[in-house]
Design a protein around this ligand. Structure first.
Ligand SMILES: Nc1nc2c(c(=O)[nH]1)N[C@H]1C(S)=C(S)[C@@H](COP(=O)(O)OP(=O)(O)OC[C@H]3O[C@@H](n4cnc5c(=O)[nH]c(N)nc54)[C@H](O)[C@@H]3O)O[C@H]1N2
Ligand SMILES: Nc1nc2c(c(=O)[nH]1)N[C@H]1C(S)=C(S)[C@@H](COP(=O)(O)OP(=O)(O)OC[C@H]3O[C@@H](n4cnc5c(=O)[nH]c(N)nc54)[C@H](O)[C@@H]3O)O[C@H]1N2
Ligand SMILES: [Mo]
Length: 869
């Protein structure tokens, strides 16, 4: 293809990696001679005068905070050109060498055999024929579409869901429904206590940042790292806010197993709790409040139901075990006196709780229990009153912008009218669905699957009481899965029990796997056909940086920065190539150009009332004014706090339901999620406590946070960040291992030294990593970030790249909750001896021969037969 010589230019991008919504991490991209030379924070004043834009202000004790006039993207955002030009980019369509659609398919070699280059024409031909064949042979639901997840901020070319648009036109597909991942506990637990909020977090959350700033004396950062996870989506404003809160005298207490990056710089006190034992700590706080008369009884009497039952349980009247600080201390590892001091200070001071989304305790086994207990704690201290809120720190609760009424975010109506897969799990809903946590089981299908609630992130609470079956009845077209089309090929490294997923993808029932992705990584290596998608630098788009957590909501026209790399195409164009072969070109394009789509999106957002399309085009962006009356928005649950009768919550009783009658009725035998939240020691699903006999073999509790240097599976190949010692550890064999944090005492016990190659293991397999020995993590814990790039030594058993999710529990959150587990399970850690490594080298030579660049990791050619030519 002839390259058009591009002019040097500066274009705008939203650099957060949450998906199509942007906000907070905007950047300016400088392009010279058709290449990206640098990415820098966005200067909002590039084409507007600061005086033209109305800004908010918050005050406390004579100190003031205002939004900054430039964006605050995280480090990987500024280094993203390294991801765009990664040696790991897929440059052309590929076919697995030993997969022949007209002959042997060799499913047993997925993850092992290499690929050959084919043309776009051949690739799209094969796929079109396979779709037709599968449809004819088994029906439309035999194709599973995996098209959800985070990714680059794009609206028209959203990172996910395009294959679903085509398949929907062709009669449907099996929809992988994304479980609530970020908010499992809130979704399956808190939602039953306060009854509202799509994801189960406290909602509405209007103006709570201002209210906490003005009224709170203390904020508990409970499973929260404001110096890390805001980077992924909303930039670094949360960091500034925490510094400001310290200046105004707001005490900051961190409750987390590690002295995370936020704790390291902001904590007045660090309470190192053992992973997934928060429920014990919370119950003991309630115990102290009851016995020392330290809670708001009047509020509880008028605003909540079920306190009597909670009290019976906490005091031991129900089960003979009082949930005293001594009882809790043994489970959660926090000394009794610290629990008492925390309980007393929490009651005495006006206290809010901050999360970014909730951390490990909201993604562990039975995570609905600590989530519900948090609602009870806040309820007992007058939730909704001045300075008493639950925060998803600066993700929600920031000042309202003017003219930003109906947001583009999760607006199914808009998505439908545009036929864009903006949020694929909302558009193109299907008759046959399967939660993402159950994919392996759905593939193997040893027995029909029954589940309650799809877990769809915007579903109402009542969905949790609906029964679903997989597959659906044959008369309705129900079918097993025989083909997979994924544009989100990171299930192994981001979801439950990756090793099991690897093996499921080798099931001969799965005749064809198609992956479309910009980078050859993770699940891609199990695909039969791989299609090269391009990045947001290579397309024209429009970005709506309007998410509530944004400091300076804005809209930007994202002009293409560079030409597509190799033969890559946008995700929409990839699907169009196949659609053309099937006669669906018109349906896929709506006969609209990208320029027309940009304008249409702007119109749908009511943009014309704010600024003309011509001005937007000319200046490339528009910064919203803060609404004149933003301070009038009542903070959080304030109306409910003031008058619960007039402002009931969305629960059946309209009150905070400490006891849930609905759960009691619907699931009378559920011991994992009883009607009041409890400490669940173990169940048939999970036996992951240090008190378990299993802990003799696996005596450490696993914690896996969100990568500081990645957003999940994204950015593991960025050379600049990979130099940081907390990003990768260079092993003696020249391979860069994912760090495993261990307390000095745990390392000593095992004869492990800093930088050693070590292995984490349990019954589900082995993951290698590099030892990072530190007192920033408490004893009893093994910590590795999730999302490192999958690099199998032995598929289904031994992982070298550090994809820790290969060994997370396969079981869902609890019997009636199809959530996922990220941490809080048992493992052991040992040094990998030279002998063991030599044996692996001998037994699995191909795993050690893959082309590897220590700076960026595995290269695309590692998987090309004969190398990239
Ligand atoms: N152990 C553990 N596991 C966890 C968690 C945890 O705390 N601990 N957290 C969970 C949570 S909250 C989440 S949200 C999930 C992560 O959830 P995911 O959304 O699955 O993760 P990402 O890696 O951000 O993005 C998905 C994929 O999209 C790709 N992608 C990005 N842009 C594009 C594009 O334009 N086109 C295409 N085709 N692909 C693109 C990325 O490369 C990546 O492979 O992980 C969960 N897993
Ligand atoms: N840099 C970066 N930013 C991201 C992401 C990313 O991958 N990288 N992912 C994005 C996404 S999809 C999401 S959902 C959010 C997630 O945002 P969070 O849910 O806030 O992130 P986590 O890293 O899971 O957890 C935060 C902190 O919880 C603590 N923690 C871990 N386990 C436990 C426990 O059992 N108990 C207690 N009390 N504390 C615990 C750890 O100190 C950890 O640092 O971040 C978003 N932003
Ligand atoms: Mo998430």
């Amino acid at each position: 293809m002839a390259k058009i010589k591009t002019k040097d230019k500066t274009v705008l991008r939203s650099l957060g990696l949450g998906g199509y919504f942007g906000g907070g991490a905007e950047g300016m991209v400088d392009v010279k001679d058709g290449r990206i030379v640098r990415i820098r924070p966005m200067q909002y004043g590039w084409k507007y005068d600061k005086k033209e834009v109305r800004q908010w202000k918050m005050e406390r004790n004579g100190k003031t905070i205002e939004p900054s006039w430039k964006s605050l993207p995280g480090p990987f955002s500024l280094a993203y050109k390294k991801r765009v030009y990664s040696p790991n980019r897929i440059k052309y369509p590929l076919k697995r060498v030993d997969w022949d659609p007209n002959g042997e398919r060799n499913p047993q070699n997925r993850g092992k055999s290499k690929y050959v280059r084919i043309s776009w024409d051949e690739a799209s031909d094969i796929i079109a024929k396979e779709i037709k064949r599968i449809h004819k042979q088994y029906g439309v639901y035999a194709i599973l579409m995996q098209g959800d997840g985070h990714g680059e901020c794009k609206t028209i070319n959203t990172p996910h869901g395009h294959p679903g648009v085509l398949l929907d036109h062709m009669g449907g597909f099996t929809l992988q429904v994304r479980n609530p991942d970020s908010w499992e506990g809130w979704y399956w637990g808190a939602k039953h206590v306060w009854g509202q909020g799509a994801q189960g977090i406290m909602y509405p959350a209007a103006n709570i940042v201002k209210d906490t700033t003005e009224h709170a004396d203390m904020v508990l950062f409970w499973g929260c790292d404001p110096e890390t996870t805001p980077w992924g989506f909303t930039g670094q404003f949360a960091s500034r806010l925490c510094y400001f809160w310290a200046e105004c005298g707001i005490k900051q207490v961190y409750i987390c197993p590690d002295l995370n990056y936020g704790a390291a710089v902001h904590a007045d006190k660090w309470i190192p709790v053992l992973p997934n034992t928060d429920a014990a700590l919370q119950l003991a706080i309630i115990y102290v409040w009851i016995t020392e008369d330290l809670y708001n009884k009047e509020y509880v009497a008028t605003h909540a139901v079920g306190m009597d039952k909670v009290e019976d349980y906490v005091m031991g009247r129900e089960d003979g075990v009082p949930k005293t600080p001594a009882w809790a201390s043994e489970k959660c590892g926090v000394p009794e006196w610290t629990i008492k001091a925390l309980a007393r200070e929490f009651a005495e001071k006006t206290t809010s709780i901050a999360h970014y989304f909730g951390g490990g305790f909201i993604r562990g086994p039975f995570s609905h229990e600590p989530a519900r207990l948090e609602c009870i704690l806040l309820g007992m201290q007058g939730l909704g009153g001045p300075g008493v809120h639950q925060h998803q720190l600066t993700y929600f609760g920031m000042p309202r912008a003017e003219g930003l009424g109906g947001t583009f975010f999760w607006n199914p109506e808009i998505e439908e009218r545009l036929s864009l897969p903006v949020m694929s799990s909302v558009t193109a809903w299907q008759q046959q669905v399967i939660p993402k946590t159950l994919i392996q089981k759905a593939i193997e299908l040893r027995e029909p699957i029954v589940f309650h609630g799809t877990g769809a992130q915007n579903a109402l609470v009542k969905d949790q009481f609906n029964r679903y079956d997989f597959p659906i009845e044959q008369e309705k077209g129900g079918s097993e899965i025989h083909m997979i089309w994924t544009d989100t090929p990171c299930r192994i490294t981001c979801w439950n029990f990756g090793h099991e997923t690897e093996l499921a993808m080798r099931n001969p029932k799965i005749e064809t796997i198609v992956a479309q992705h910009p980078w050859l990584e993770n699940d891609c290596i199990y695909a039969d056909i791989i299609l090269p998608a391009n990045t947001f630098m290579e397309v024209d788009d429009i970005i709506t940086n309007i998410r509530q957590g944004t400091m300076q909501p804005n809209i930007m026209i994202a002009e293409k920065a560079i030409e597509p790399i190799g033969e890559s195409k946008s995700d929409a164009e990839v699907v169009l190539e196949i659609g053309k072969k099937l006669g669906y070109e018109k349906q896929l394009t709506d006969n609209m150009t990208i320029a027309q789509l940009q304008k249409k999106i702007w119109e749908y957002m009511g943009g014309e009332k704010l600024v003309s399309w011509e001005q937007l085009k000319e200046k490339q962006y528009w910064v919203y004014n803060t609404a004149k009356d933003w301070e009038d928005d009542t903070p959080g649950f304030r109306n409910f706090y003031l008058d619960p009768e007039k402002n009931p919550l969305g629960t059946p009783t309209g009150k905070l339901e400490f006891y849930s009658e609905s759960l009691a009725k619907a699931f009378p035998d559920d011991k994992e999620r009883p009607p009041i939240p409890k400490w669940i020691e173990k169940s048939h699903n999970h036996d992951e406590r240090l008190t378990s006999p299993r802990a003799r073999l696996y005596p450490l509790l696993m914690m896996s946070n969100h990568g500081r240097w990645r957003v999940h599976a994204q950015c593991d190949d960025i050379t600049w960040t990979r130099e940081a010692p907390t990003c990768k550890i260079l092993g003696p064999d020249g391979y860069k291992y994912e760090p495993i944090w261990l307390h000095t005492s745990e390392a000593e016990k095992r004869g492990i030294r800093n930088g050693d190659i070590i292995k984490i293991f349990n019954e589900r397999g082995i993951v290698l990593g590099g030892a990072y020995i530190t007192e920033r993590v408490r004893p009893g814990v093994c910590y590795m970030d999730h999302g490192a790039r999958h690099d199998p030594i032995k598929t289904g058993e031994i992982e070298r790249g550090g994809a820790i999710n290969t060994i997370t529990p396969g079981a869902i959150t609890s019997e009636n909750c199809v959530g996922q587990i990220g941490g809080g399970y048992l493992v052991q850690v040992e040094r990998v001896s030279g002998q063991e490594m030599d044996k692996w080298r001998k037994d699995y030579p191909e795993a050690f021969e893959r082309k590897y660049d220590p700076a960026a990791g595995l290269c695309m050619d590692a998987w090309i037969a004969g190398g990239d030519k």
